[in-house]
Design a binder for this molecule. Structure first.
Ligand SMILES: CCCCCCCCCCCCCCCCCCCCCCCCCCCCCC(=O)SCCNC(=O)CCNC(=O)[C@H](O)C(C)(C)COP(=O)(O)OP(=O)(O)OC[C@H]1O[C@@H](n2cnc3c(N)ncnc32)[C@H](O)[C@@H]1OP(=O)(O)O
Ligand SMILES: NC(=O)C1=CN([C@@H]2O[C@H](COP(=O)(O)OP(=O)(O)OC[C@H]3O[C@@H](n4cnc5c(N)ncnc54)[C@H](OP(=O)(O)O)[C@@H]3O)[C@@H](O)[C@H]2O)C=CC1
Length: 515
C-alpha cells in the first residue's frame, strides 16, 4: 500500500493554478491515486465567457481524466471551484468561501503564476510575489494546515552557474519591490526594470526568485517546501505518455519546426537540455507534500526537479530526435518540409533568419495577396522570431543543479511509493520520450488524426518536389543572367556543355563497340 496515496485520503487540498498545465496533471494524479480524498478546492477565475463550473468540468471531461473516472466516478463532487483572482486583494474570494477554505484546508499546492517571459514587471510581481505573500497569510490562518508546497522554477537563480537547493537572497528586498509597485507608474517601472532584474534574463525568473524569498521570510511556523522544476515537458508515463496542452517551453517550437516555419534556431548543440516531464514533477510534488507534512523538517527544504545531473541530454540530440520523429509521424499541412538547423553566432543567425524565415514569409504573403487572401505569414514569422529571441538565453547555456534533497526524498520512500510516485529521471529513455512528446503534440495540441499520416507524407513529398523545382529554376535564372553579363561565365558554360557533349559521345561510342 502506498503511504503517500494513503496520506492524501480524507484530506482537503487547496490548489492554485489548477487550470494550468502542471495543475491539471497534479489534480489528475491526486484523484487517481487517492480517490478517497475529501475535496480539492481550486481557485479559478472566470474566463472566455465560461463560468467557473464550466471551466472545471471541461477539464474533468477531457481525455486527461479518463482513467480518473474509472477509479473515482464521483470526481465532479470532490472538486470545489472557488471564484478567485490572484491579482485582487484577498483574491476577491467571498467571505463564505474564505471561511470554508481557512477552516478545512489541510494541504496547499501553490502552482499559479505568470510564466510569460515578457510580462510587465508590475503584473509579474503581483502574481508571482504579492499573491504568494497573500496566500501565505491565508495559510497562516488555517488551523488544520499540514503543508504548504510552493512551485518555483529551477531558473529562479539562472544568473548562477551552479545552483544549490537553497533560497538565495535578492539584491533588493521583495517587500521594497512590492511597495514600490504600488506607487510607481508604468513608465518609471519600464525604465527601472533592466536595473532591477540585473543579470536575470526576464521578469519571470526575477519575480520567481523574489517569490522564493517571500516564502522563506514570511512562512512563519508553517511546514513549507519549495519545488524547482526545470523546463516542464509532456508527460512521460502518466496517465499516458506525451500529454501536453499548451505551447510553453519546447512544445510551441516543436509545432513551428514540424510545420516547417522554424528552419534555424540559435542554440548550442552540446548545452544540456534540462527538460523534465510533467508527471515527474507532479510525483515529486506529491511526495514532498507527504514528507513535509509527516516529517516536518525544521527548515524550508528546496527540491530541484531537474534531469541534467542525473540523466543529461543535450539540445543537439534532442533536435535530431525531434526531426527524426517528423519523418515517421509528420504534421499535417506543413508550410515547408521540416528541416531545421542550429546556428551558433549572430551573423549566421541573422542570415538564416532573413533567408529561411522572413523571405519565404514575404513570398507566401505576396502569393496570398495575389490570390485575394489576407496575408498572415509575416506576422506569424515575426512572432516566432520573438519567441526564439526569448528562449535563446536558455538554450545556449548549461547549469548544474544539485539534487541532494530530491535524492534524499527518493531514498526515504518505500519501494511501493518509489513505483507509484516515481520521480527518478535516471529511468527516462530520452529518444522514446521525445518521440512520444512529438506524437503528443500532434494528437493533443494540434488535434490531428493519426489516419492523416499518409496524406501528410504525400504533402511533404510534393513540398520536396516544389523545393527542387524552385531551386533549379532559381539557379537557371541566376546563371542565365550571369552569362548575359560575363565573358568568363560564358566560357565556363561552353566548357561544361562541350565537356558533357564529349563525355556522352564517348560513352555512346564505347557502348556501341561493346555491343
Ligand atoms: C550536434 C549535432 C547538431 C545537429 C543539429 C540538428 C538540428 C536540429 C534542430 C532542430 C530543431 C527542431 C525542434 C526544436 C525543438 C526543440 C527546441 C527547444 C527549445 C526549447 C526552448 C525552451 C526554453 C524554455 C526555457 C524555460 C525556462 C524557464 C522554465 C519555466 O519556469 S516557465 C515556462 C516557460 N514559459 C514559457 O515558455 C512562456 C513563454 N512564452 C512567452 O513568454 C510569450 O508567450 C511569448 C513567447 C513572449 C510570446 O508573446 P506574444 O505576446 O508575442 O504572444 P502571446 O503569448 O500573446 O501568444 C500569441 C500567440 O502565440 C502563441 N504562442 C504563445 N507562446 C508560444 C510559443 N512558446 N511558441 C509558439 N507560439 C506561442 C499563442 O498561443 C498565441 O496564439 P493565438 O492565440 O493563435 O494568437
Ligand atoms: N511550464 C514550465 O515549463 C514550468 C513551470 N514552472 C512553474 O510551475 C507552475 C505552473 O506552471 P504551468 O502550469 O506551466 O503554468 P500555466 O501558465 O499553464 O498555468 C498558470 C496557472 O496560473 C493561473 N493564474 C494565472 N493568473 C491568475 C490569476 N490572476 N488568478 C488566478 N489564477 C491565475 C492560471 O489560471 P488561468 O487558467 O485562469 O489562466 C493557470 O491555472 C508555475 O508556478 C511555474 O512558474 C516551473 C518551471 C517550469
Amino acid at each position: 500500500m502506498s503511504m503517500i496515496a494513503a496520506f492524501y485520503g480524507g484530506k482537503s487540498i487547496l490548489i492554485t493554478g489548477a487550470t494550468g498545465f502542471l495543475g491539471k496533471v497534479l489534480m489528475e494524479k491526486l484523484f487517481r491515486t487517492s480517490p478517497d480524498l475529501k475535496v480539492i478546492y481550486v481557485l479559478v477565475r472566470p474566463k472566455q465567457g465560461q463560468t467557473l463550473q464550466q471551466r472545471v468540468f471541461q477539464i474533468l471531461d477531457s481525455k486527461l481524466f479518463e482513467k480518473v473516472k474509472e477509479v473515482c466516478p464521483n470526481v465532479h463532487e470532490k472538486i470545489r471551484a472557488i471564484s478567485a483572482d490572484l491579482n485582487q486583494n484577498d483574491f476577491a474570494i467571498s467571505k463564505e468561501d474564505m471561511q470554508e477554505l481557512l477552516s478545512h484546508t489541510n494541504i496547499v499546492f501553490h502552482c499559479a503564476a505568470t510564466v510569460r517571459f515578457d510580462d510587465h514587471l508590475r503584473h509579474a510581481v503581483q502574481l508571482n510575489v504579492t499573491a504568494t505573500q497573500q496566500l501565505l497569510l491565508m495559510a497562516s490562518q488555517m488551523p488544520k494546515l499540514e503543508a504548504f508546497i510552493h512551485i518555483s522554477t529551477a531558473f529562479s537563480n539562472c544568473n548562477l552557474k551552479h545552483i544549490d537547493e537553497v533560497v538565495y537572497p535578492c539584491p533588493v528586498e521583495p517587500k521594497k519591490i512590492i511597495d514600490s509597485m504600488e506607487w510607481l507608474d508604468d513608465a518609471i517601472i519600464d525604465e527601472i526594470t533592466p536595473k532591477l532584474i540585473g543579470d536575470q534574463p526576464n521578469t519571470y525568473t526575477y519575480t520567481k526568485a523574489l517569490g522564493e524569498v517571500v516564502v522563506q521570510q514570511e512562512g512563519g511556523n508553517l511546514n513549507i517546501a519549495i519545488i524547482r522544476p526545470s523546463i516542464v515537458g509532456a508527460t512521460w508515463q502518466e496517465p499516458f505518455p506525451g500529454w501536453v496542452d499548451n505551447l510553453n517551453g519546447p512544445s510551441g517550437l516543436i509545432i513551428a519546426a514540424g510545420k516547417g516555419f522554424l528552419r534555424s534556431i540559435r542554440a548550442t548543440p552540446m548545452a544540456v537540455a534540462d527538460l523534465i516531464p510533467a508527471d515527474t514533477v507532479v510525483n515529486l510534488t506529491l511526495a514532498v507534500g507527504w514528507y513535509t507534512a509527516v516529517h516536518r523538517p525544521k527548515s524550508t527544504l528546496v527540491y530541484h526537479c531537474t534531469s541534467g545531473n542525473l540523466n543529461p541530454c543535450n539540445w543537439g540530440k534532442m533536435g535530431l530526435q525531434v526531426l527524426a520523429t517528423f519523418e515517421k509521424i509528420p504534421f499535417e499541412r506543413a508550410f515547408r518540409r521540416p528541416n531545421a538547423d542550429f546556428t551558433t553566432n549572430n551573423i549566421t543567425t541573422h542570415y538564416w533568419n532573413a533567408v529561411s524565415h522572413r523571405a519565404p514569409a514575404i513570398i507566401y504573403d505576396f502569393y496570398l495577396r495575389l490570390t485575394g487572401r489576407k496575408p498572415r505569414m509575416t506576422k506569424l514569422m515575426n512572432r516566432l522570431l520573438r519567441t526564439l529571441s526569448m528562449v535563446e538565453y536558455f538554450i545556449n547555456r548549461s547549469w548544474e543543479w544539485s539534487t541532494y534533497n530530491t535524492e534524499m526524498l527518493m531514498s526515504a520512500l518505500s519501494p511501493e511509493d518509489q513505483r507509484v510516485f516515481n520521480f527518478d529521471v535516471r529511468q527516462l529513455n530520452w529518444l522514446e520520450y521525445i518521440e512520444n512528446y512529438v506524437l503528443g503534440v500532434k494528437k493533443y495540441l494540434l488535434k490531428e488524426d493519426m489516419a492523416g499520416i499518409p496524406e501528410a507524407k504525400q504533402h511533404l513529398k510534393r513540398l520536396r518536389n516544389i523545393h527542387y523545382l524552385f531551386n533549379t529554376a532559381l539557379f537557371l535564372i541566376a546563371w542565365r543572367l550571369l552569362i548575359a553579363r560575363s565573358q568568363v561565365a560564358r566560357n565556363v558554360w561552353f566548357f561544361i556543355v562541350s565537356f558533357c557533349y564529349k563525355f556522352l559521345s564517348y560513352f555512346r561510342a564505347s557502348s556501341t563497340l561493346n555491343a
